[in-house]
Design a protein. Structure first.
Length: 425
């Protein structure tokens, strides 16, 4: 069974936990897009692991983890991540981790260009993590990016990096920002690459071999559907296709290899950074932050929080072709007496059941809410779906109806064991 796990909101839905849970029955776990702007937090046996580029399956023994060609790879950042996990007792061998030789490289200059662009936008800034992801993808689309394969030829890499650095320095100088020394930059990147070199291979061939052998392949999405460059709340999006289709273009496995798509969403809605958020609620945000929840794994920024938005979830299920839902953070609503669900938007007097493409229409979107009873009960100790309070199950059934997608998994806490499987059929 080959499964895509994708986020249905603005990221931070708990995909890492769901992937970690599903890895037990998987042979291969593969990332196909994004970079180290993503942050997946997994808690296993009481230990917290924060992952950025490494697939969540890296925490399991006997699994192959693949960083696919669609990922933009920061060699320096990945080495730091590997060393941190090794310090936590996680062994990362060339057999356990494969890196595509077709990945585009995130260079130190990309991070400065990212910051310069955000500064230039002023009040219109996107709210990026300033990890250089957008500029790296821009170089890819402009066909002047450098790939992991280019690092195999040191003299060629140094020559090409010198040209790219000269171009970047012209931009940075216009903003009175520090410019880069090409040689120093090359030395830093090549030193990190020396640590990664044993992991580099043609991952397309490796993945096809696994597929033909009948291995179970798990595709781990980064960010969420509403950050997709085509289907998200443009322009407040990331620079890759975060929806299920990106799993194929970012790994080299065809659509015919996919058996199911699991969409992950929280029992409420969150987002980090700038952009529209119709169901935002200050009271819910304060409540969750006071509990110590909803702070970004990558940046530590407090996330904006709001009520469940079924308009966005309905859209996410459509563009991903979800066959099942994984609803996480249900326990975050345990102490609310009355819950709201956004079932539509009123825009200039007209009801919308799907999100608009017009960026200005978002400013006029007023959520249409249904109210449902809360359960006022601790769900974190539930070990089976049937153990949940009746009002919890009623809330989940309504969510499923609004998205026209069955629920497969329910999360009632951060630990691996706090994942409930919903019986089907």
């Amino acid at each position: 069974m080959n499964t895509i796990v994708t986020g249905l909101q603005w990221g931070d839905e708990g995909k890492g936990k769901i992937v970690d849970y599903l890895t037990e029955s998987a042979d291969v776990v593969v990332r196909g897009q994004g970079g180290n702007n993503a942050g997946h937090t997994v808690i296993a046996k009481g230990t917290k692991y924060v992952l950025h580029l490494l697939p969540s399956g890296i925490l399991w023994d006997g699994k192959t983890n693949v960083i696919g060609n669609g990922v933009v790879l920061d060699p320096i950042g990945l080495v730091a991540e590997i060393e941190r996990l090794e310090g936590q007792g996680i062994a990362i061998t060339p057999e356990k981790l494969l890196i595509s030789d077709r990945c585009h490289v995130v260079l130190p200059l990309h991070k400065e260009l990212d910051a310069a662009r955000e500064a230039a936008l002023g009040d219109r800034k996107i709210g990026t993590t300033k990890r250089g992801i957008g500029p790296a993808y821009a170089d890819k689309i402009n066909r002047n990016g450098l790939r992991v394969a280019d690092l195999l030829d040191e003299s060629y890499f140094r020559e090409m990096l010198a040209h790219r650095t000269a171009e970047a320095n012209e931009v940075l100088a216009r903003f009175d920002l520090p410019t880069f020394d090409a040689e120093q930059q090359a030395d830093e990147v090549l030193a990190a690459f020396a640590r990664l070199r044993p992991h580099v291979t043609n991952t397309i061939a490796s993945l096809h071999k696994s597929w033909k052998a009948g291995d179970n392949i798990l595709f781990e999405g980064a960010q969420g559907s509403l950050l997709d460059i085509d289907y998200g709340t443009f322009p407040f999006v990331t620079s890759s296709n975060t929806t299920a289709g990106g799993a194929c273009t970012g790994t080299g496995l065809p659509p015919t290899s996919i058996d199911q798509v699991i969409g992950v969403c929280k029992a409420y809605t969150t987002r980090v950074g700038a952009g529209p958020f119709p169901s935002a609620d200050e009271g819910l945000s304060d409540y969750l932050h006071d509990l110590g929840r909803e702070f970004g794994a990558t940046t530590g920024r407090a996330r904006g929080c709001g009520w469940l938005d079924a308009v966005l979830l309905r859209h996410g299920c459509m563009v991903n072709g979800t066959t099942g839902l994984a609803v996480t953070n249900v326990d975050g609503l345990d102490q609310y007496e009355t819950l709201k669900i956004c079932v539509g938007y009123d825009i200039d007097g007209t009801r919308h059941d799907l999100p608009p493409a017009d960026r200005h229409a978002w400013d006029r979107a007023t959520p249409i809410y249904e109210e449902v009873p809360g359960w006022m009960s601790d769900t974190t100790g539930c070990t089976h779906y049937d153990d949940l309070p009746e009002n919890t199950k009623g809330y989940l059934r309504r969510l499923s109806e609004l998205c026209d997608t069955p629920i497969q998994f329910v999360g009632v806490g951060p630990d691996r064991v706090q994942t409930l499987v919903v019986a089907t059929g």
